[in-house]
Design a protein around this ligand. Structure first.
Ligand code: EPU
Length: 338
């Protein structure tokens, strides 16, 4: 039997985006099984309706109204596919909560994604912007991914090399709207070795006593001490990407501030810290109407109450212009405006 597509009119998205922007969609629904995806696309095409898919709404700036169908990815399921002496292969459906999935692995003593604990959003969204934190990216552990290709009307399996992963980037982000991620397979290594290269993790102690749990707990403590919780202060995480610049373009910043955070990349370029640049531009805690820059972390844009996408865009523009004038560096937003 075909699953039914129950469309909800005037679908309210205000509680489905972590910036808590007030937003509605003419129609909305939950995708609870993969077979619904082609059906939904066929129906939207037949009716000439625009269709967009949302995960946890943690990396989006939603316009007040969308004149089309917003489908929430809500397919659940997670399992261990195989376990050998070398690794454990897990499969997780796109609608699972990312952090709950990380916790599930850690509870079984499996390491590999503990540095990515506490990241809001769904499993399906994780590879789109190649989420990363504390020295690990989802690309490091992803083995394959299943996605529905809206353009060609087929389900496809992508090997990691086909995903074109880069810093906060992937094929699925570059070809926005084309693919609907359905599930991921992650290969977790055995024996596990902790990834403690990042500042804040290196003092965890004797590595023989470290477990995925101790690393996860430290990561959660670090995040909690720096990043505002979106449930308390609505936000979309890092609002700007860290700029990766040719060394010559980064040099003026380093000439003026020799100790500015700067991370050499394999290709010889330098990654500067957008949070540092914004703070040094005097914008930490800055407010523009109901939108603002967090006074805890300068990379985080917050909704102070009642902000709209236009308020957020105006603030982002002000930040980019100020940093450009102060440092000659162009910042780019990380969330997607929908
Ligand atoms: N910094 C400041 N002022 C600030 C914030 C940061 O000077 O207000 C400086 C810090 O002192 C540090 C540097 O900037 O020297 C980097 O800061 P942090 O360690 O907080 O990391 P980040 O580069 O700002 C990135 C990711 C985060 C991820 C952390 C930890 C991006 C855009 N952001 O932030 O990811 O949690 O590293 O690995 O790459 C996200 O993408 O939503 C996100 C939260």
């Amino acid at each position: 039997m075909k699953p039914s597509l129950a469309l909800i009119p005037d679908f309210d998205l205000s509680a489905r985006n972590t910036l808590a922007l007030r937003a509605t969609s003419r129609l909305g629904m939950l995708i609870t099984e993969p077979a619904m995806v082609p059906q939904l696309i066929a129906m939207a095409t037949a009716e000439g309706a625009a269709l967009r898919i949302l995960g946890g709404g943690s990396n989006v700036v939603l316009a007040p109204h969308f004149d089309g169908i917003t489908a929430i990815m809500a397919i659940t399921g997670r399992r261990i596919v195989e376990s050998t002496d070398q690794s454990t292969l897990i499969e997780i459906a796109a609608g699972e909560d990312w952090h709950q999935m990380v916790t599930w692995t850690v509870e079984q003593g499996l390491g590999g994604v503990e540095n990515l604990a506490g990241i809001p959003g769904t499993v399906g969204a994780a590879p789109v912007q190649n989420i990363g934190a504390y020295g690990v990216e989802v690309a490091d552990v992803l083995e394959t991914l299943v996605a529905y290709d809206r353009r060609d009307g087929v389900e496809r399996v992508f090997a990691r090399a086909e995903c074109a992963f880069a810093y906060r980037d992937s094929l699925f982000k570059r070809e926005a709207g084309r693919f609907v991620v359905l599930s991921l397979r992650l290969r977790l290594p055995k024996p596990w070795t902790p990834n403690l290269g990042f500042a804040g993790l290196s003092d965890l102690g004797d590595s023989s006593e470290i477990t995925p749990r101790t690393v996860m707990d430290r990561v959660l403590a670090l995040r909690g001490s720096k990043l505002p919780d979106w449930r308390v202060t609505p936000n979309a995480g890092s609002f700007f990407q860290n700029p990766i610049l040719p060394a010559s373009e980064a040099q003026p910043v380093l000439n003026e501030f020799p100790t500015a955070p700067a991370f050499p990349q394999p290709d010889g370029r330098l990654k500067l810290s957008a949070g540092w640049l914004i703070e040094k531009s005097g914008l930490k805690g800055f407010q523009l109407g109901p939108a603002g820059i967090s006074d805890r972390h300068a990379l985080v844009v917050i909704n102070r109450g009642g902000a709209t996408a236009d308020d957020v865009a105006a603030l982002a523009e002000h930040v980019k212009q100020t940093v450009r004038q102060r440092f000659g560096v162009q910042l780019h937003e990380e969330p997607v405006f929908l």
